[in-house]
Design a protein around this ligand. Structure first.
Ligand SMILES: Nc1ncnc2c1ncn2[C@@H]1O[C@H](COP(=O)(O)OP(=O)(O)OP(=O)(O)O)[C@@H](O)[C@H]1O
Ligand SMILES: [Mg+2]
Length: 397
């Protein structure tokens, strides 16, 4: 029986890979220094020879696949290469050697992709991290990084990850969705688009709120396009994803600590610095920590029209999350002062939702209109016609 994508095949791959490494070594070929086509041809020769001399029963197509996989292994990111090359895939999630999921059109699905073993997963993770000077070992078992193409990577390994090394990749898409595409996809109505562009032009302070992968960064990108051309923007991100089409923009990126544990620059540091740069607006990729304090203060002190995103499932939850972030990050001003700060800084929340079928849409746009008795009074400016709204004002998705 011909060899298939199963344990035998994984075993074969391991042996062939070791053999290729030996042969490269014997021939003194340093893969980084040699032209890729030449390395590929060498690998093809070694694989063909190996299969023939070991009399391995393989269909031609399987053998061609083995060659391709070995080339990916030696020159690229191994089993991840086809997934990285597939434009339909937004996320790649590896939960140990035998469990790989991808997200296509909003839906997660398991794929055939397998690593030989957990060590193999770690080898690929290290290959990704090596050029970035980031380390991953028992003393530093989790890391955030970015692939050369801009994709975002998080890796976490045992003993912290209990079921083997785990990696999550959010692929970078160079063509972000345009306003027309979002309308055509049914993610918002044209009225909603007009409303959002008015909100941005009239310098409302705004938060885009939604769960993981609901399209927050995409919408922030879109909204930034409505900023008048004569304004100066400073953007602050953990990993630069925004692609603003604007003539006057300064991009800042946070930095994790180096291997000695120093040199960290946080979003909070960067907002403080940004305010000395005479921006008209500050755009923060995502608030998830103490930077909320500086962002709200910036919104309140002459930088109207500032924007960010926050991870929460409803507009109300977004406010509660801000309260929590303020409290845990030392904004110790009492409940009323906190509500006042939020009420006087933030004007609009744009809520995003992902439907069970994977579609992403703007579910709601609300304006914050605080009164004395209700600091979080909200007025609905838009509601998606595709969602049933219950009396409790929450989306019944
Ligand atoms: N309305 C949409 N319809 C279809 N695909 C979308 C839509 N919005 C975003 N996407 C795609 O979904 C993926 C995630 O989008 P995006 O990065 O904007 O989400 P996010 O909420 O910022 O994610 P995270 O929580 O990881 O920061 C991207 O590949 C993007 O192209
Ligand atoms: Mg995002």
């Amino acid at each position: 029986m011909a060899i298939r994508v199963d344990d035998d095949y994984q075993h074969l791959k391991k042996n062939v890979h070791s053999h290729i490494i030996e042969r490269l070594d014997e021939e003194g070929i340093e893969v980084e220094r040699v032209e890729k086509g030449q390395v590929s041809r060498f690998i093809q020769g070694v694989v063909d020879h190996y299969v023939a001399t070991h009399r391995i029963p393989m269909a031609n197509a399987d053998q061609a696949m083995l060659v391709r996989e070995m080339v990916d292994e030696v020159l690229g990111f191994g089993p991840l290469e086809p997934l990285l090359a597939d434009d339909q895939i937004n996320d790649i999630l590896i939960n140990g050697a035998n469990s790989v999921f991808v997200e296509i059109a909003g839906v997660l699905q398991k794929v055939q992709t397998r690593f030989i073993d957990d060590e193999h997963v770690i080898r690929i993770i290290r290959r990704i991290l090596a050029p970035l000077g980031r380390r991953l070992d028992e003393s530093s078992p989790m890391v955030d990084a970015r692939l050369p193409d801009g994709s975002r990577v998080n890796a976490i390994i045992p003993p912290i990850a209990l079921d083997g090394p785990s990696m999550s990749i959010r692929k970078f898409s160079s063509k972000h969705l345009t306003a027309n595409e979002l309308v055509n996809l049914g993610s918002m109505t044209r009225d909603c688009l007009d409303l959002l562009s008015n909100i941005v032009e009239s310098r409302r302070n705004l938060l885009v709120s939604g769960g993981t992968g609901t399209g927050k960064t995409t919408i922030l990108n879109l909204l930034s396009e409505f900023i008048p051309q004569d304004e100066r923007i400073v953007t602050i991100e953990d990993s630069a994803e925004l692609q603003l089409n604007h003539p006057h923009i300064v991009r800042l990126e946070t930095r994790p600590a180096n291997t000695e544990g120093t040199g960290r620059i946080t979003a909070r540091d960067l907002i403080i610095n940004a305010l000395r740069m005479r921006p008209d607006r500050v755009i923060v990729g995502e608030v998830r920590s103490g930077e909320i304090i500086e962002l709200l203060q910036a919104m309140n002190t002459g930088h109207e029209g500032s924007m960010s995103t926050i991870h929460s499932n409803s507009a109300k939850d977004a406010l509660i999350r801000i309260e929590t972030l303020l409290a845990v990050n030392g904004y110790d001003a009492g409940e009323r002062a906190i509500a006042r700060l939020i009420g006087s800084s933030l004007d609009v929340v744009v809520q995003l939702t992902r439907l069970p079928n994977g579609r992403r849409l703007v579910s709601e746009v609300v304006a914050l209109q605080p009164t004395k008795s209700d600091p979080y009074r909200m007025e609905t400016l838009y509601r998606s016609p595709e969602i049933e709204w219950s009396n409790t004002q929450e989306a019944a998705v």
